[in-house]
Design a protein around this ligand. Structure first.
Ligand SMILES: NC(=O)c1ccc[n+]([C@@H]2O[C@H](COP(=O)([O-])OP(=O)(O)OC[C@H]3O[C@@H](n4cnc5c(N)ncnc54)[C@H](O)[C@@H]3O)[C@@H](O)[C@H]2O)c1
Length: 266
């Protein structure tokens, strides 16, 4: 898809990676709407990016809020061509038994339910138009789970799986789906998580944060080329290879001796 002149909606665009995605699409001449639960954050980024970028208040966990945002974007800019489900939260690194049910529900509501609501709202019309693209922000942890980060990792695995599944559903209609797997990137979320670390460690980590606009430019290229996976931090490749190698090594004889069934193709 040539993104110039297209309408792009970016959730959680009030800073960090969402703002980087919005900026990169605006650079290429797209008409961009940034939404955020914090309207002041969204307005500040829209103003910084310029080029007619609009800002809207949005709670991605609420179907009513999604309906309002969709109507407002259509009225102010036009029907959405590219939907970027980027809003997400993390929680502090803790052994899983220290995570409360409220924290679990909140992470799943924003990171998973929010993506489900966005996709299901726009999929029917993209299919009918036989054009469009959805970009969902997962994480390196959406392929590589991490001890003390179980619930966040689980939410991002859900985003990866959901995205790959709907890619298959939408492909016959000419609608694309991409998954963004950020590693450490400068944002309120990542900088906030460092707060309690010793200063020396904070300085070391700060130097390893990618600047969000570069992730945005990778997203634009993926939409232009209809690429499924957007890997911005290739340094995680060895860890993923080790995880997959352990899984492949577990493929041996079937558990039921002589079992000859297999994968059912439909
Ligand atoms: N920064 C990283 O290192 C990193 C790494 C991997 C994945 N990610 C993912 O990238 C995405 C963006 O995160 P970020 O790092 O830019 O953090 P961020 O906190 O700067 O941005 C997230 C934005 O989402 C907004 N938001 C929170 N709840 C919302 C809701 N209910 N409805 C709408 N907006 C809401 C926040 O106000 C915030 O502006 C997230 O999905 C995150 O999980 C970030």
């Amino acid at each position: 898809m040539d993104v110039a002149g297209k309408v792009v909606l970016v959730t959680g665009g009030g800073g960090g990676i969402g703002a980087g995605i919005a900026e990169a699409f605006a650079e290429q001449g797209a008409k961009v709407a940034v939404t955020d639960i914090n309207l002041d954050f969204a307005r500040a980024e829209a103003e910084r990016i310029g080029r007619g970028t609009i800002a809207l208040a949005h709670d991605v966990t609420s179907p009513e809020s999604w309906a309002e945002v969709k109507a407002a974007v259509e009225a102010q800019v036009g029907p959405v061509d590219v939907l970027c489900n980027n809003a997400g939260i993390s929680i502090p690194f803790r052994p899983m038994e220290e995570i409360t049910l409220e924290q679990f529900d909140r992470v799943m509501a924003i990171n998973v339910r929010g993506v489900f609501l966005g996709c299901t709202l726009f999929m029917p019309e993209m299919k009918a138009r036989r054009s469009g693209h959805i970009v969902n922000t997962s994480s390196v942890n959406g392929q590589l789970p991490h001890g003390t980060f179980a619930v966040y990792s689980a939410s991002k695995f859900a985003v990866s799986a959901l995205s790959e599944s709907i890619r298959q559903e939408l492909e016959p209609f000419g609608v694309g789906v991409s998954i963004l797997y950020p590693g450490l990137t400068r944002s309120r979320m990542s900088e906030g998580q460092m707060d309690k670390l010793p200063e020396e460690m904070q300085r070391a980590i700060a130097g390893k944060m990618m600047e969000p606009v570069w992730l945005g430019r990778a997203v634009v290229r993926a939409v232009e080329n209809n690429a499924l996976h957007i890997v911005t931090h290739p340094d995680h490749k060895a860890a993923l290879e080790a995880r997959m190698a352990a899984l492949y090594a577990s493929f041996g004889e079937p558990a039921q001796p002589g079992f000859s069934g297999g994968r059912i193709e439909v």
